[in-house]
Structures are given as C-alpha cells and as structure tokens.
Design a binder for this molecule. Sequence first.
Ligand SMILES: Nc1ncnc2c1ncn2[C@@H]1O[C@H](COP(=O)(O)OP(=O)(O)OP(=O)(O)O)[C@@H](O)[C@H]1O
Ligand SMILES: [Mg+2]
Length: 482
Amino acid sequence: MKILGYLFVLLCIALVLLFLLRVVLFKTGLIYVVKKWWRFIEDCFHVYQFFKVPEFNDGMQENQLYRKVCVYLNSLASIEDSDFTNLFTGRKQSEIVLRLDPNQVVEDNFLGARISWINEEASKNRTFVLKIRKADKRRILRPYLQHIHTVADELDQMKKDLKLYMNVGRDQNGSNARWRSVAFTHPSTFETIAMESDLKNKVKYDLESFLKAKQYYHRLGRVWKRSYLLFGPSGTGKSSFVAAMANFLSYDVYDLDLSKVSDDSDLKFLLLQTSSKSVIVIEDLDRFLIEKSTAASLSGILNFMDGILSSCCAEERVMVFTMNGKDQVDPAILRPGRIDVHIHFPLCDFTAFKTLANSCLGLKDHKLFPQVEEIFQSGASLSPAEISELMIANRNSPSRALKSVISALQTDGDGRGAASVGRRLCHDGPRKTVEEIGEPSGVFCREDAYPVKEFKKLYGLLRIKSNRKTPSFDLAAVEKDG
Ligand SMILES: Nc1ncnc2c1ncn2[C@@H]1O[C@H](COP(=O)(O)OP(=O)(O)OP(=O)(O)O)[C@@H](O)[C@H]1O
Ligand SMILES: [Mg+2]
C-alpha cells in the first residue's frame, strides 16, 4: 500500500515536471531548438536527394520553373516559420506579403512526404534546392512538380490585373476593328449582389466546375466555354453580376458593342482576337435584335454565340448575354444548347430588400421591416437599383431611408411586384429546360408583368427615369430545382 502511495506521488511529481518543462520550452521558444535537433537526428537515418532549380539556364535565359517555385513557396503558410522572412506591402495598401530571405529553409508536405526547399544565393546566382527523401522520390517528385505548376498558375491568374476590353469600329482605312483596353476595377462581387443565396451558390458552383472541366468538354467534343443569359427588368443587377463573375473567375472582360460591328466578318475577327480566360459580354442583346441596330446578321450572332471559331485559338471562355426580356427574341437565340444557363433577375422582394438594407445601411433588423414586408407581400416592388439608390441617398438616417423606400413602394411600386408573387405560384405554362452537363435545370413559366413607371425620390431631389426599352412584355422566370 505504501509503495503504491510512493508511486502515486512520483507520478504526480513527474507530471508536474513535464508540465513545467513544456511551459519552459514553449514560453522561451526553446522548443524550436529541440525540433531542430530532433530533425538533425532524424536526418541521419534517411538518405536524401537534392534537386537544383537555378534562376537562369546555361544560355542565361530565365528558368520558368524557378519563377513558379518562387511564387509557390511565397504562398506557403510555413514561410512564416523560417528564421528570416521579408515583409512587403502587396498590391492593396493594407495587404502584407511575405518573401523568403536568401539561404532560408521552407518546409512543405505533399502526399504525406516531408520536403524542404533551400533558397540558395551565392554572388548573383540564385537557386532553389529541393531536398527530398530518396525513399519518397519515385512516389512524389513528378506529382509534386505538377502541383507546383498548377498552384503557381492559379496564383498568377489571381494576381493578374484584370482588363476591360471594348471594341472600337473600323478606322477610315477600313482595317479590322480592334479591342481597346482599360483596367477593370469594378468592385462588384457575389457578396455585394442581392440575390437568393441558393441561386448565387449554384452559379458559383457552376463556374467552379466549368473551370475544372477541360478534359470533360474535350471528351464530349465541345468547345470549352460556358454561356449565360441574364435577363430581367432594368436595374436588377445584370451588369453588376457580370462584373462579379469576372472578379470571381479573375478573367478579363470583353464588352462587345454590337452597334460598332460593321459586318459578320468583323464579328468573327473580334471573336478571334479575344484571349482565353475571359468573359465575353454582349449587353442588351434583345434590343439589338429587335431594333436591328447592328450590322451583324442573326446568323453571324448565332455563330458568335456558339463560339466555334474560338476553338481554333483559345478556349476557357465564359460568354454572357444580358436582356430585358426574352419573348421578342428570335427563338433560335434561346434554343436549348445554345446558352447553357438562363438566370432570371427579378424585381426586389423582401429578402433582397433585407440584403440591400444590410449592405447599404448596415441594418440587420428594424422596427419598420414588418411594414416593408407587408408591402412586398401586397405585390409592390421596385428594382434593386431604385431601392439601393434611396438607401444610399438617405444613408445617414436609416429610418428616413426605410420610410422613403416604403413611400416609393406605395406610390411607384404598385403592381410591379405582382408578377414576382405570381411567378412563385405559377407551375404550369410552357416549360423548357436549358441546362446540360449535369447541373440544375431551368424551368420557365410566363405571366404578366407591368411597365416600369418613372419614379420620384422622396428625399433626393433627383428623378430617376427608368431606361426600360420596351413598354411592356411578359417575364419568363427560372425556377430553381431542388
Ligand atoms: N441585385 C442587386 N444587388 C445589389 N445591387 C444592385 C442589384 N441590382 C442593381 N443593383 C445596383 O443598381 C445599379 C444598377 O445595376 P445594374 O447596372 O447591374 O442593373 P442592370 O440589370 O444591368 O440594368 P440595365 O438592364 O438597365 O442595364 C448598380 O449600381 C447596382 O449596384
Ligand atoms: Mg446593365
């Protein structure tokens, strides 16, 4: 019994000592010295192989692999653990980026294997040295280098400054039209768009799976592109959504103005000049088709939409067409398979209103919300652009902003939302599916819509005139499945 008592006391003392040792090791940072020693001892029991990645080849040309390894290593979280790291401001003022210092070691893990990189720098020669266990080499070297390629390419793509290209007409010599570019800095993101989160997630998922589907598209014999139709009344966020898509994908934007296209060959030429990893947009396609205000023919536009030509030079493109309505458009444009995804942009409902109130006024809830909800339920609605305008104009007083929205809904929004109420209830009518490649299908139904009225702001002295192009037309709604 006594022995057991002694053992217990010894155990307690050992535990306390271990605890104190742990505290000392971690508090003083001695743990790093211990880890280093441990690694040194471990290294004695393994055989390593080294691979050098010099910055320049024998002909003094830049070694692209060196640059990729550099991008990759600078993105690793373990860079923070090296003894010396350089700190720089990033592209944004608030951003701080880490850069590896010369002759430092960075650890990485890949498929369960431990890998070290040494950033050697002697006189003007810089080299990355990859240290890998011989036992792991066969298994991981190739996939690891491939992994570095992929990650570095993705990072390059993300860091790239996006461009907005606009087509200019042919010059006096009749030479072909050209794209002119400016920096694309539109701040719109999926987070700033008021839209059902379910639908937003579906679009994000759709874009992400498109990015990964190169082999799949090629196996099907299809051009690796995806096209979207955004349709809905004016001021419902279609153009902002295009910008959000481009920002999400980090793609350049080609904004094609059909009025500046002189004929079909011009259109072909413009398409051939676009680069891969880009969003090609035609805004207000319905207007050009109805008003026939473009020199391009319908078949020229259809060929453009199918992107057959693009397959010969570059792929990985997203095409987006925006329209106010679909019913006056030639059915050939909308035939299944031509545009992969149709997305309806409705007038504001109460959920979208709450998103706007949160983003414009910082309001999550307010005593006037029930009243606003009631008005929406009665069928009144305005476009998100109109509602956010009122909120922004009265952003210093949330109550006043909400009151102005209520008044505007009561005076100008009467009946405009009735269509969206009806839409939710409508399950019959002509149905078409537009989806393919296993993603959600769009189901369409029709009902009446009402003309957008000019509306007067209560507190801003401005008047916003709706720029709706046709006086009245039916709306088609996409009902999401599941
Ligand atoms: N769903 C929305 N969420 C957030 N902001 C929106 C939304 N819809 C419109 N807005 C705001 O309203 C303004 C106009 O939107 P946008 O230009 O994207 O509308 P649109 O549908 O393209 O209109 P049009 O058909 O007239 O071109 C933008 O400043 C945008 O921020
Ligand atoms: Mg627009």
